[in-house]
Write a protein that binds this ligand. Structure first.
Ligand SMILES: Cc1cc2nc3c(=O)[nH]c(=O)nc-3n(C[C@H](O)[C@H](O)[C@H](O)COP(=O)(O)O)c2cc1C
Length: 191
């Protein structure tokens, strides 16, 4: 699959086949792609924690906040929760480049996962203290971004945004993601 096709197919997934696990080995393959990603000054400050054990996953889950636009939905139910996570950690006090580096690394991870048939969702709304404790964050680091991973149990489709960019679910429970058209995001130099 080429990069454009991967990007087209790779919608954020929030309901998973919880009973289908992902091995740590597979997560390490995705992390290995992130290892090769560009990063500011090649400092390579981020640390990636693979989480696959059921008990570890169930400790992490309660700290996560899902789909802010879906006001009537409190996140995946038992049976649809993510069977794996990769938690991107950043050094405490280190600010330079971190958000950009983490975003690039996360993009490499989710595209590598998608290429292998997995769905994912990047999550930045979480209780930091709760994740730190649940994950077992190494000393000197804090959790910066959580990526939930698994086999999708929901259908998510792209559509062209006509004004409203909020994602929503239709009557068939399909998740719709409105994206702006190319000509709406391209700018030209002003005279
Ligand atoms: C930096 C970042 C933070 C995000 N945080 C959350 C989050 O806390 N909870 C959630 O359900 N989705 C989160 N998402 C997923 C976005 O809601 C999703 O990418 C967006 O709705 C577009 O959908 P798409 O990924 O299918 O294109 C996050 C995505 C990014 C890139």
């Amino acid at each position: 699959m080429g990069i454009h096709e991967l990007a087209t197919e790779n919608r954020s997934v929030r309901r998973f086949r919880q009973e289908i696990s992902i091995s740590e080995r597979e997560l390490l393959r995705f992390i290995d792609s992130a290892r090769l990603a560009p990063c500011g000054a090649n400092l390579q400050l981020l640390r990636f924690m693979p989480v696959t054990e059921t008990e570890h996953c169930s400790r992490i889950f309660p700290a996560l906040k899902w789909a802010g636009y879906l006001e009537d939905w409190n996140g995946p139910e038992e049976g649809e929760k993510p069977p794996a996570y990769i938690i991107i950690h950043a050094p405490v006090g280190e600010r330079r480049h971190i958000p950009v580096d983490a975003g690039i690394a996360a993009a490499y991870i989710v595209l590598a996962a998608r290429e292998s048939g997995y769905g994912s969702c990047m999550i930045m709304s979480f209780d930091v203290n709760q994740i730190e404790e649940a994950a077992g964050t190494p000393h000197g680091y804090h959790p910066f971004l959580v990526i939930a991973l698994g086999i999708p149990a929901e259908k998510a489709v792209l559509e062209e945004a006509s004004g409203d960019i909020k994602y929503y679910r239709d009557a068939n429970d399909t998740h719709h993601v409105p994206k702006l058209a190319l000509n709406e995001i391209v700018v030209q130099a002003e005279d």
